[in-house]
Design a protein around this ligand. Sequence first.
Ligand code: SF4
Length: 263
Amino acid sequence: MPRTAPTTGSGPAAPAASSGPTRPAGPGDSGETPLGRTRRARRVMRTLGELHPDARIALTFSTPLQLVIATVLSAQCTDKKVNEVTPGLFARYPDAAAFAGADRAQLEEILRPTGFFRAKTNSVLGLAAALIERFDGEVPGRLEDLVTLPGVGRKTANVVLGHAFGVPGITVDTHVGRLSRRFGFTVNEDPVRVEADLGALLERRDWTIDSDRMIFHGRRVCHARRPACGACGVAKLCPSYGLGPTEPEIAARLVRGDVEAVK
Ligand code: SF4
């Protein structure tokens, strides 16, 4: 099957059929101007919004503390599994003081289904203690404070800022990093650099929802191993079209629906 670009739209040229595996165009090597890249990035995000109108954070929470803890638990675990565990967890430990005073063995038992439960118990206990000690038991609403908490890296901090505080944040998880490179929005692997490159292209007010949209597209369509290019609604804007199967019927079989069960 030749790798030809979809016939509609005005996105960057698709790779030639004989060029072998495609390489995402990136700043400085695609011939695309910075303004052109910015415009394309915003069109990509608008299109992803149309393709995934249900894009949102998949973790269930009602307070910043609950979201921080759910995000910590989601490492190496599906959001669906975390959502099965957290109702009982949050009912038993309603605030940071309750978590800080939790019996380690009991907490480990509750967290066991999420995997790596000893390490996660350490993180939760350390996090709760730090909140009590330094932030009066409340989750801080600033990135520079959040990243000082045990178990909270920049990715988790941006998730919490964006979804619990309404502060725009770009969450560079595995999907956002991969899609950013495939779209040619960055050539970097380092999440902090990817975040900066995306931040320069996207409207600040949309950073949180754009991250969610990319995560949904990564989970449903643009998979790490076999992206469903032939069934991808944003293909005409993607310089990596052809990285996965372009045959519609083959590609359609790769598309997943239940994103909450997929990391
Ligand atoms: S599935 Fe293919 S065309 Fe769609 S975004 Fe991913 S690499 Fe690009």
